[in-house]
Write a protein that binds this ligand. Structure first.
Ligand code: GLY
Length: 286
């Protein structure tokens, strides 16, 4: 059994058609890698890069802007066998998820942040890019014009009103290896230097021998709840959908908004959210 599940963010989705199209394409291309005998890591990276290139999603090109109008992106990858790599608040790269993979494969560390994460990317000749889109500039302007102060509590209240778009993928390959990748521009109007759950092991991304999880939504809340790690732990004894439901319920009780996707080593998938909506797609085959 091989399979892949992807998400394109949880929240209020304004452009459903674009979300459906983008997540479907990502799942199809990721699945193609698995079908041709590729591994789960290549599958999730392929899927996430497609969504990083699609301005529909808040990752790579089209990322949310920080308070200064800049893009600072977070991304991570994890293997069921334990490897993890991440970048936080990285600027001017096209595919943050590729740099996260490089951190995992080529360094003794698990997380590089800010300017030095950018320098690391340049050392390996990764493609540079200005991910700022006029659409995001407009949205930051609207946020500012609402007269709200930019403190996070205010942003948190506003968050459900904004189009989501953190992206993620979980896959299992024919060797039952599990891989997860997550990538995001973070929260619109965030303070410069803020790093969210998508770069934090066990928060936005986690994989083990029996399952893997990617999370999207309000990063600070996701980090506090340790959503990805706890959900994966529950998957030792439960199917992904049951495990995910438990964390979603807990989030709801604590007014913490997020969505979760997951896959186990048998190819069972799960997804749920306590936001208005979440875009996702999956393909599972014998
Ligand atoms: N979950 C994405 C973020 O809060 O940065």
């Amino acid at each position: 059994m091989v399979g892949i599940i992807v998400h394109g963010g949880a929240g209020k989705i304004r452009n459903e058609e674009a979300h459906q199209k983008g997540t479907k394409l990502a799942a199809q291309e990721g699945y193609k890698v698995l079908k041709e005998g590729g591994n789960a890591l290549d599958a999730v990276i392929t899927a996430v890069k497609i969504m990083e290139d699609d301005p529909t999603f808040n990752a790579g090109i089209g990322s949310a802007l920080n308070l200064l109008g800049e893009v600072e992106m977070d991304a991570s990858v994890m293997l069921g066998s334990g490897g993890f790599g991440a970048v936080g608040a990285i600027k001017n790269v096209r595919h943050p998820v590729d740099i996260a993979r490089k951190v995992m494969e080529e360094t003794d560390h698990i997380l590089l942040v800010g300017e030095e994460a950018g320098r690391f990317a340049r050392l390996f000749d990764f493609e540079t890019c200005n991910p700022i889109t006029p659409e995001m500039e407009k949205r930051l302007q609207v946020l500012k014009e609402k007269g709200e102060s930019m403190h996070l509590k205010k942003i948190r209240k506003l968050l459900p009103l904004y189009e989501p778009g953190t992206v993620g993928a979980c896959a299992v390959d024919r060797n039952s290896e599990i891989a997860v990748a997550t990538s995001t521009g973070g929260i619109l109007g965030k303070l410069p230097g803020r790093v969210g759950d998508s770069a934090i092991i066990g928060a936005g991304t986690f994989a083990s021998k029996w399952g893997g999880v990617s999370v999207t939504g309000y990063g600070e809340g996701i980090i506090k709840l340790g959503v990805a790690w706890r959900t994966t732990e529950l998957m030792k004894k439960r199917k992904p959908d049951e495990a995910i439901r438990q964390l979603i319920e807990e989030g709801r009780k604590q007014n913490t908004y997020f969505g979760v996707i997951g896959i186990d080593k048998y190819g069972n998938v799960g997804f749920d959210y306590n936001t208005e909506s979440m875009s996702y797609a999956y393909i599972i085959k014998q």
